[in-house]
Ligand binder design. Structure first.
Ligand code: ADP
Ligand code: MG
Length: 351
């Protein structure tokens, strides 16, 4: 109910189009007016010309009950993770994070001590990644905790990597390993349900350190950006894996106007993730493709860089870029070819 009548003829529920089409729909006629705005909406950060370098700018919003559940998320970890997810966006432009501003909306359920915990995590991440906390905003909330983080970073102009630079025959590379953060979440949800049914039972978390750390205290790929610098490699395109490998591959290929082919047996998965997935009756590759929140870097490199990557333990080559008309393909272990969809691969759509 509002004082003002909604006079629009069409009343379309947001669920009809989903997040990405909603962003497109709302922003399609936002024109750039300033010459200094090199890249607006559509990449992991905006890009601004500040003279010698490009400045990178991004923001993220985290809402209690949507992005985090305080039943199983320690506030210190939440503070750390809120900074990390923003740093990850700067890294995915091949940039170095520099400053953040933190906005919080807090309900009276929170104490000063609990917010101190949140800030311990925020400051720890700032320390770890060499970032300055330079401002923010504090307000009250009626529904829970909200954290809004803005970040600035920098990159040398000739070293920037957009989502849109992948070319046919480039190799597709991913840092670290995938699927762990999703499994960490499954463990936390399972233990929460057990706890809600019987609060005297203490959660059984001790044997799942790796996946819990991947979910609760992820790291951004700054160390990989530094390794790439040392290797003297500038990725032709790059994105961070926040939503799951499939969704990010589709973002990259769409932005670059190309297609992509990846191999199931090349996807890097930690052995603890393999074992735990089996125990939970989940397909570990499905977790990697659809899970998200791993905050690894997904990028493409020219084939001439192959030698630098073939033995590097930090990175795994998982496939290659092809022409757009050849589509986005997932080659399963048995050799069958499937189309990659935003929800992993569509096994009903085998070619
Ligand atoms: P990421 O997952 O890397 O944080 P998003 O998927 O949230 O990126 O956003 C994709 C692009 O859309 C980014 O360039 C972002 O700045 C832009 N964007 C998202 N929401 C809005 C909005 N409400 N208004 C304007 N631009 C937006
Ligand atoms: Mg991103």
């Amino acid at each position: 109910m509002t004082f003002f009548e909604d006079t629009s003829i069409n009343k379309t529920p947001i669920s009809k189009i989903g997040e990405f089409r909603l962003i497109d729909h709302l922003t399609k006629d936002a024109k750039l007016k300033n010459k200094s705005t090199i890249k607006g909406i559509g990449d992991d950060t905006a890009v601004i010309d500040i003279g010698e370098k490009y400045q990178l700018f991004s923001k993220d919003l985290l809402i209690e009950g949507v992005h985090f559940d305080l039943t199983y998320t320690p506030l210190k970890h939440l503070g750390y993770k809120s900074v990390v997810v923003n740093i990850s966006d700067v890294c995915s432009m091949n940039g170095i994070p520099k400053q953040i501003a933190v906005g919080i909306a807090v309900s009276n359920r929170f104490t000063i001590e609990s917010l101190e915990e949140l800030y311990l995590g925020i400051k720890l991440a700032c320390e770890h990644y060499g970032v300055d906390l330079v401002g923010g905003d504090t307000t009250s909330s009626k529904t829970g905790l909200m954290i809004s983080l803005s970040i600035l970073g920098e990159v040398e102009k000739k070293k920037i990597s957009y989502r849109s630079g992948a070319k046919a025959n480039d190799l597709v590379v991913v840092s670290g390993d995938l699927g762990g953060a999703y499994l960490g979440l499954q463990i936390l949800k399972r233990e929460k349900n057990i706890f809600l049914e019987n609060p005297t039972i203490q959660p059984e978390l001790s044997s799942h350190d790796y996946v819990l750390q991947r979910q609760l205290k992820p790291e951004a790929g700054l160390k990989y950006i530094k390794i790439l610098q040392k290797m003297n490699v500038v990725p032709s395109s790059m994105i961070d894996v926040s939503d799951g490998l499939s969704s990010e591959l589709l973002h990259l290929s769409k932005a670059s106007g190309v297609g992509v082919t990846i191999y199931e047996d090349k996807i890097p998965i930690d052995y603890t993730v393999m074992n735990l997935a089996q125990e939970l009756n989940l397909n570990p590759f499905f977790c990697a493709l659809n899970g998200g929140e791993d905050y690894e870097l997904l990028f493409t490199i020219s084939q001439k860089e192959y030698d630098k990557f073939k033995k590097d333990v930090d990175f795994t080559i998982i496939g290659y870029i092809n022409d757009k008309k050849e589509g986005n393909n997932f080659i399963a272990k048995d050799g069958s070819i499937h189309q990659i969809t935003a929800q992993g691969w569509d096994s009903t759509n085998s070619k």
